[in-house]
Design a binder for this molecule. Structure first.
Ligand SMILES: C[S@@+](CC[C@H](N)C(=O)[O-])C[C@H]1O[C@@H](n2cnc3c(N)ncnc32)[C@H](O)[C@@H]1O
Length: 244
């Protein structure tokens, strides 16, 4: 399932690029698993929402030849354009600044797939977010989203061993983390889609381990948290819906 990612990471220059541009669990590996459930091809237009530094965009362009609009809030499109030029995907990957909470600057019915890795939990927890995104996807197209979350319901109580990293550190991730059932219940409220699949991703442990090898200061900080977590609490949740 991870042929592209495994091969890519065997090259030391690639591995450095990947680690330097990670913003969380390995977005390339997560994207490859999620994409394996979709029939992506070179004629498709994909919106990569919350693309960060574009690791998911790179996978979608280099593995499938898709045309990708790489939209993000925190990362400048100019920086992403420089990145895309440096890896030779600037003819198929178009960087855009976008805030999903403020309305997106795209045509309705434009995208075959709305794809998002490790970003939707920041802005997608309200009942009106999914309905606001559906119009940008063609009828019969897909919305495919992966978010980190809890394996089981925490009833607003972060496990004691993780408190130093969430509560005491003032980290708002505890608020953004939810369970698979929580997300499914939210999506069930939305008209205009048919839920195709909700699943726990197989790459969860590996994608987190690969993030911890990144020099990103947040990754360095997360090493203690993952040591305390011991694979007990964190999940990666994949949600796929078809637009009606
Ligand atoms: C943890 S980073 C992950 C980035 C990238 N997807 C990855 O996995 O490497 C979360 C991303 O969500 C994006 N984001 C957060 N809120 C957003 C919003 N309201 N609209 C668009 N993107 C948003 C941020 O800009 C950030 O790049």
């Amino acid at each position: 399932m991870y042929k592209f990612t495994d091969k890519y990471m065997q090259n030391p220059d690639n591995l450095k690029y990947l680690r330097d541009n990670m913003m969380g669990p390995n977005a390339m590996r997560i994207s490859e698993e999620m994409a394996s459930y979709l029939n992506i091809d070179k004629d498709m237009r994909v919106l990569d929402l919350g693309c960060g530094c574009g690791l998911s965009t790179m996978l979608l362009v280099q593995k499938y030849g898709a045309v990708v609009t790489a939209a993000d809030l925190w990362i400048s499109p100019t920086d992403n354009y420089e990145r895309f030029k440096s890896i030779g995907i600037d003819d198929k990957a178009f960087p855009v600044h976008a805030d999903a909470t403020k309305g997106l600057p795209f045509a309705h019915g434009y995208f075959d797939i709305l794809f998002s890795v490790d970003a939707y939990h920041y802005f997608g927890r309200t009942s009106d977010m999914l309905p606001s995104l559906i119009p940008f996807v063609k009828t019969g197209g897909y919305i495919a989203i992966s978010v980190p979350g809890w394996k089981t319901e925490m009833k607003k109580c972060v496990p004691p061993e993780l408190k130093p990293y969430f509560i005491d550190a003032g980290d708002d991730d505890a608020e953004t983390f939810q369970t698979l059932d929580w997300w499914k219940n939210l999506w069930k409220q939305s008209d205009g889609i048919e839920i195709v699949d909700f699943r726990e991703m197989e790459c969860c442990g590996q994608a987190w381990d690969e993030w911890l090898e990144s020099p990103n200061p947040y990754a360095v900080k997360d090493r203690g948290m993952m040591e305390a977590e011991q694979g007990k609490y964190f999940n990666l949740i994949q949600m796929t819906a078809r637009v009606l």
